[in-house]
Ligand binder design. Structure first.
Ligand SMILES: Cc1ncc(COP(=O)(O)O)c(C=O)c1O
Length: 403
């Protein structure tokens, strides 16, 4: 009998984690590497949040908590949704989990049956299809085009819906493209969803605070309140407050769904870390200056990176509305020969030759379901970004036509 489960055979390891590991391995071998592969703010967690964690430990708040989270945090989450998103949820309609990632896993485990389809706009965050597949569901991809700013059109959504569709995953702003939907665009998608009442909406709003210029973030259940009764709105403190390692994510939705997710979570983890929950409470209720400051810095970095990439020979980079990623196309470089003498046949070849030649780690677009592109995370210092973009320009200029 095989040790490994059939479920395991349906999923693959995270490509973003794999590239980051490859970069760490090269560093261990003495190479200089700039890693633009990982999706986390390069800032430290604000001091008042760390202080709340220290206080929690000093007070002995170190025991199991209620499965769905401490009441204080669930209240703060309900308040946050009302204050920032105009969404009304009772604290009992919220749940706190070990990262936004576990919110998604709980939701999929609680609802997806073999054969159920989950609509995933591409390019997508690498974990959506894998979690769906782990639960026996079928991810159904909806392609987008750079010309549409990597956003799906209502007619594409309509065409993808079948009687088996269980969820529509909507990640705005998006990892990996940075695309964020305007209120009007959300209303366009909502019109389609209103015609298909069996489809649930998973709103992954984890990058909501990272939007630039005069872009105004709106959550889909706010854009179309009639959808709220079948929307799970997910968020978390990882990206908003530089708290990726604290592992706190949360969601709000219809009571029956939250109860089902609570049952799953109760058996899997008993609930998230008590200390991290008190820290997350301080993040949601404390001063919000960090969000404003980090947003301003990320916006400058986005502008720098987009402009430098568009000066690289053969790359085309769209300016995204949000998150801390750009998703340039390297289509014009496919078929060229790298300094190593190897031909670049795919975006995966492009990123691996770039890592070898210039020590710059980025992730190939096909890992996110769309290529030939690559994803750069600009959650790195301005100096590193400048050096990396110069390296990319040099690498692109050194590519030759095959002889
Ligand atoms: C789109 C998206 N959703 C959810 C998550 C999960 O974040 P966390 O589990 O750290 O809360 C991430 C993290 O990279 C993400 O990019």
């Amino acid at each position: 009998m095989s040790l490994l489960s059939h479920a395991l055979s349906r999923i693959k390891p995270s490509a973003t984690i794999a590239v980051s590991q490859k970069a760490r391995d090269l560093v261990a071998q003495g190479r200089q590497v700039i890693a633009l592969s990982s999706g986390q703010p390069d800032f430290d967690t604000p001091e008042h949040i760390k202080e709340a964690a220290r206080r929690a430990m000093d007070r002995g708040q170190t025991k199991y908590t209620a499965v769905a989270g401490i009441p204080e945090l669930r209240q703060a989450i309900a308040d946050k949704f009302r204050r920032e998103n105009g969404l009304d949820y009772a604290p009992s309609q919220t749940i706190v989990s070990t990262g936004g990632k576990q919110v998604i896993a709980n939701a999929m485990l609680a609802t997806v049956n073999p054969g159920d389809e989950v609509l995933v706009p591409a390019p997508y965050w690498v974990s959506y299809p894998e979690m769906v597949a782990l639960c026996g569901g079928t991810p159904v991809y909806i392609k987008t085009a750079a010309a549409d700013a990597f956003k799906i059109r209502p007619e594409a959504l309509e065409a993808a819906i079948t009687p088996r569709t269980k969820w529509f995953m909507l990640n705005s702003p998006s990892n990996p493209s940075g695309a964020a939907y305007t209120e009007a665009e959300l209303k366009g998608l909502a019109e389609v969803l209103l015609r298909h009442p069996h489809v649930w909406i998973f709103a992954d709003d984890i990058y909501e605070h990272l939007v630039y210029g005069d872009f105004k973030f709106v959550s889909i259940a706010r854009a179309e309140p009639l959808l709220q009764e079948r929307t799970l709105t997910m968020n978390g403190v990882s990206k908003a407050y530089a708290m990726t390692g604290w592992r706190i994510g949360y969601a709000a939705g219809p009571a029956a769904l939250i109860k089902a997710m609570d049952t799953v979570q109760g058996q899997l983890t008993s609930g998230p870390c008590s200390i991290a929950q008190w820290a997350a409470l301080a993040a949601l209720e404390g001063p919000q200056d960090y969000i404003r400051q980090s947003r301003a810095i990320f916006e400058q970095r986005r502008n720098l990176v987009v402009s430098m990439l568009n000066q690289a020979r053969g790359l085309r980079c769209h300016t995204p509305e949000g998150a801390f990623y750009v998703f340039p196309s390297c289509a014009d470089l496919i078929g060229k020969v790298a300094p190593s003498g190897r031909t670049i046949a795919t975006d995966e070849d492009f990123v691996s030759e770039l890592l070898e030649a210039e020590g710059i780690a980025v992730v190939h677009g096909t890992a996110f379901g769309q290529g030939p592109n690559f994803r750069i995370s600009y959650a790195a210092s301005t100096e590193q970004l400048e050096t990396a973009c110069e390296g990319i320009q040099r690498f692109c200029a050194a590519l030759r036509d095959p002889s």
